[in-house]
Design a binder for this molecule. Structure first.
Ligand code: SAH
Ligand code: ZN
Ligand code: ZN
Ligand code: ZN
Ligand code: ZN
Length: 513
C-alpha cells in the first residue's frame, strides 16, 4: 500500500499555485530514512511520480537522475517492483559496462606521459575525443586526427573537445569569453581563492589559465562534471567525474574526499561554488545536491562561524527565480545577462546585445557585485544594486522590477510591474498578453499551471514518453491560433521572437529540454 505523500516527503510541484487537472512527471524527494534507490550507470536513481489529470497520485517509479531522455539511459523500475536475482545481476553488469574504460588514475598516468611527448607526437582523435599516446595510433588510423597539440591547447580542453549539446543530458553550453572573463574578474575582485566549479568546465580552465599567468591571482579551481572527457586533462585534485543531480562521485570515496578537502581548506575560508546546470534539469534535486555540498563545507567551519553561508553563484534562466528562492531564500537574482558561445541566440550580436534569459543567482550581497557599465548596466542607489539600463526603478513597487532586461510597466490594478507586452484584462483580473483567451486553462503551463511560462520552459519538466504523448495530444486539440499564442508567450527573447521560426525552436529546445 502506498504511504501518504506527506510521510514520504515532498513532491516537486507548484502545489500552492499549480492548477488542478494538469499532467506531468514530478520528482519525489524522500525524507530520510528512505529505502535506497536502485542504481543506474549514473548513480542512485530518483523517484518520480506521474501526476494524472485530476486523479490522485499514481504509481511511482525510479528513473535516471542525469538523463532526461530514455535513449540516453533507459533505467526504469516501479517503486514496488521486485527484481529477480538474475535481473539484478544483469543490471549490475550493465552498470559496470557503462563506466568509462579508464580509471581516474589511469587517465592521470596517460596525461603525464602525453605532456612529455615531443609536440610532433602529441595527437588528439576527434572521433573518439581522446588524447592519443603513440601506442594508440594504430587503432585510430582511420579517424580524424589533430596533431601538434600544444600545451596551450591542453590548457583549454573546452576548445579542443566538441560541446556535448545533447539537450536531454549534458546540455553543454559554454560561456562566451566576455561572460567568462567577467566571472573570473568578479571572483578575484571578491577575493575568492578557491572555486568549486560544478558543471562549468570553461570557467574552470579560465581560472587556471589566469592563475598560471598571474602570480597575484592564484585562485584554485576544482571541476565537478559528468563529462568524463575532461578527466584526460586534469590531475585528480582538479577534476572529479560527478553527477550533480544525485551528488554521485563516479570514482567513489577518494573523489568525495578531494571535494571535501577542497571545500574545507583554511576552515572553509575563501571558497565559492559556481554552477551552471542544464536548464532542463529539475530544480529540486539540484537544490538537494547543493545543500549536501553546503553541509560538507559547513563541517569544516568553526562553531562561531555557524551562521555563515557558503557563497554560491547559481547560473540559471530568470524565470526560475521563484523556484530557486524557494529553496535558497537568501539568494537574489542579478541583472547580468550570461552569454554563451555555442548558442546562436545568446551571443553578443553585431547589432548589439541580444537578450539572454540566463542570470546569476547568489547569496552574496548584490551591492558588492559591480556590473560593467560599458555593457549597459547602472547602479540603482535605491535598490543598492547594479541593474540593466532599461530596468527602471518603479516608485510604486520601490524596486527595479524588470526581470528580462526590458522596461516593465506598473499596473495599478495588479499592484505590480508587468512585462511591457502585457495589458490588464478585466475578465481575468490580471495582466496578460493582449490576445490571450480569458480564463482558458490553455494559457498557463501544462505541467504546473503557472501563467508566466509554457510547458516547454516549466521548471518542473521531466520528459517522459508518456508525458510527451499527453502533451502531443493536447497540442493536436489546439487550434492554429492557440499555437501562435504559445510562441508569443515566450517573451524572454523578445528581440529574437520576431526572428526565424527555426531559431525560435532552437531557443525553446535549449531552454527547455
Ligand atoms: N557554461 C558552462 C557550461 C555549462 S553547460 C561553462 O562554459 O563552463 C552544463 C555543464 O554541466 C556541462 O559541462 C555538462 O557536462 C555538465 N553536466 C550536465 N549534466 C550534469 C550532471 N548530471 N552532473 C554534472 N554535470 C553535468
Ligand atoms: Zn542513468
Ligand atoms: Zn531601483
Ligand atoms: Zn511597479
Ligand atoms: Zn494588471
Amino acid at each position: 500500500m502506498a504511504a501518504p505523500r506527506e510521510q514520504l516527503g515532498t513532491v516537486e510541484a507548484e502545489g500552492s499555485s499549480g492548477r488542478q487537472g494538469n499532467s506531468g512527471v514530478e520528482v519525489v524527494v524522500s525524507s530520510d530514512p528512505a529505502p535506497p534507490a536502485p542504481l543506474c550507470p549514473h548513480g542512485p536513481t530518483l523517484l518520480f511520480v506521474k501526476a494524472n489529470q485530476g486523479k490522485e497520485e499514481t504509481r511511482r517509479f525510479y528513473a535516471c537522475s542525469a538523463c532526461r531522455d530514455r535513449k540516453d539511459c533507459n533505467f526504469f523500475q516501479w517503486e514496488d517492483e521486485k527484481l529477480s536475482g538474475a535481473r539484478l545481476a544483469a543490471r549490475e553488469a550493465h552498470n559496470r559496462r557503462c563506466q568509462p574504460p579508464l580509471s581516474r588514475s589511469q587517465c592521470v598516468e596517460r596525461y603525464l606521459k602525453f605532456i612529455k611527448l615531443p609536440l610532433s607526437q602529441r595527437k588528439f582523435c576527434q572521433r573518439c575525443q581522446q588524447l592519443l599516446l603513440p601506442d594508440d595510433e594504430e587503432k585510430h588510423r582511420k579517424h580524424q586526427i589533430v596533431g601538434d597539440i600544444s600545451i596551450t591547447q591542453l590548457k583549454r580542453p573546452s576548445q579542443l573537445l566538441y560541446p556535448l549539446e545533447n539537450k536531454k543530458t549534458n546540455a553543454q553550453y559554454l560561456f562566451a569569453d566576455r561572460s567568462c572573463l567577467f566571472l573570473v574578474d568578479l571572483l578575484s575582485t571578491l577575493g575568492f581563492r578557491r572555486v568549486l566549479c560544478v558543471g562549468t568546465p570553461r570557467l574552470h580552465e579560465l581560472i587556471r589559465l589566469k592563475a598560471s599567468g598571474d602570480k597575484k591571482s592564484n585562485i584554485k579551481s576544482l571541476l565537478l562534471d559528468i563529462d568524463f572527457r575532461y578527466s584526460q586533462f586534469y590531475m585528480e585534485d582538479s577534476f572529479c567525474h560527478y553527477n550533480m543531480f544525485n551528488h554521485h562521485f563516479f570514482d567513489g570515496k577518494a573523489a568525495l574526499e578531494v571535494c571535501r578537502t577542497f571545500l574545507q581548506k583554511d576552515k572553509g575560508e575563501g571558497v565559492i561554488m559556481v554552477t551552471d546546470p542544464p536548464f532542463g534539469g529539475l530544480v529540486e534535486p539540484l537544490a538537494v545536491t547543493f545543500k549536501k555540498l553546503i553541509a560538507m563545507w559547513k563541517e569544516g567551519q568553526s562553531q562561531d562561524n555557524s551562521h555563515k553561508e557558503l557563497p554560491i553563484f547559481w547560473i540559471f534562466p530568470y524565470f526560475f527565480e521563484s523556484r530557486i528562492c524557494q529553496f535558497f531564500p537568501s539568494f537574489c537574482m542579478l541583472d547580468y545577462q550570461v552569454d554563451y558561445d555555442n548558442h546562436a541566440l545568446y551571443k553578443h550580436g553585431k547589432t548589439g546585445r541580444k537578450q539572454s534569459p540566463v542570470r546569476i543567482f547568489t547569496n552574496i550581497p548584490p551591492n558588492k557585485i559591480i556590473l560593467p557599465i560599458e555593457e549597459g548596466y547602472r547602479f540603482c542607489p535605491l535598490c543598492q544594486r547594479y541593474v540593466s539600463l532599461e530596468n527602471q526603478h518603479c516608485e510604486h513597487c520601490n524596486s527595479c522590477t524588470s526581470k528580462d532586461g526590458r522596461k516593465w510597466n506598473h499596473c495599478f490594478l495588479c499592484k505590480k510591474c508587468v512585462k511591457p507586452s502585457w495589458i490588464h484584462c478585466n475578465i481575468c483580473s490580471h495582466c496578460a498578453l493582449p490576445d490571450h483567451s480569458c480564463n482558458g486553462p490553455k494559457d498557463g503551463c501544462f505541467i504546473c499551471g503557472e501563467l508566466d511560462h509554457k510547458r516547454s520552459t516549466c521548471p518542473n519538466i521531466f520528459t517522459s514518453k508518456k508525458v510527451n504523448k499527453a502533451v502531443r495530444k493536447q497540442k493536436q486539440r489546439k487550434s492554429n491560433k492557440m499555437k501562435m499564442e504559445t510562441t508569443k508567450g515566450q517573451s524572454m527573447n523578445h528581440t529574437t521572437v520576431t526572428g526565424k521560426k527555426k531559431r525560435r525552436e532552437r531557443a525553446h529546445q535549449y531552454l527547455c529540454s
